[in-house]
Design a protein around this ligand. Sequence first.
Ligand code: SAH
Length: 248
Amino acid sequence: MTGSLTVVGTGPGRPELMTPATRAVLDRATDLVGYGPYLDRIPAGGAGQCRHASDNRVELDRARHALSLAAEGKQVVVVSGGDPGVFAMAAAVFEAVETGDPAWQALDIRVEPGVTAMLAAAAEVGAPLGGDFCAISLSDNLKGWSTIERRLKAAAEADFVIALYNPASKARPHQLGQAFDLMRKLKDAATPVLFVRAAGTPDAKVVTASLGEADASVADMRTLVIIGASTTRRVGRWVYTPRRESTP
Ligand code: SAH
């Protein structure tokens, strides 16, 4: 049988937020490749389905491993959290294709969309992404901090709502605080800041603050941070960004 490789995302956590298309691809897989905790979210597949769990740091190696299994004729599914194209495995797979065995370019490679953390987090609090927004990863594992600062500044100057992925980890405890310091020079102190932990799961927790008072230590690696635009506002216990530029 000809091999294939499909990159999927499990969604933010709750099983209902994994798409039926992703579920169907997982059911047909002979081999699952991914970070252990993401593989653990997937119910046991048919007999003979093989799971290749790895730690989180070696995305490119994992992608190459998946491609070589597909080249052997396996039906391979690479598993990410959320959406596989957002700060996740899909880009690593294409980087491995670009730099690896030219024969890999002939493989049947597909990407299934999933519910990314930013969307699940927004839904927990109302409609903070109602206007124009952008997403920035604060992780400097694969890019320099100066690039991150330049993008944060440009996003603040353009008055985007800003979704911050990877706001903090044990190895990177200080970057969110630095990002807030930068934002405080460019944005109103009353701007809403949302910390949404474990969005789209039964453990979801939201902390709403103002930029002036936001405490970076609230965030951990399961938190998505949203910094409002100038029009982002609270109504009751919700936060939303109106679609129109001037509010009614
Ligand atoms: N591909 C994933 C993102 C991977 S980057 C996606 O599309 O969601 C990992 C970061 O995503 C985490 O550090 C955190 O900022 C965010 N994240 C992932 N799942 C989350 C969840 N359930 N709630 C809040 N943030 C989450």
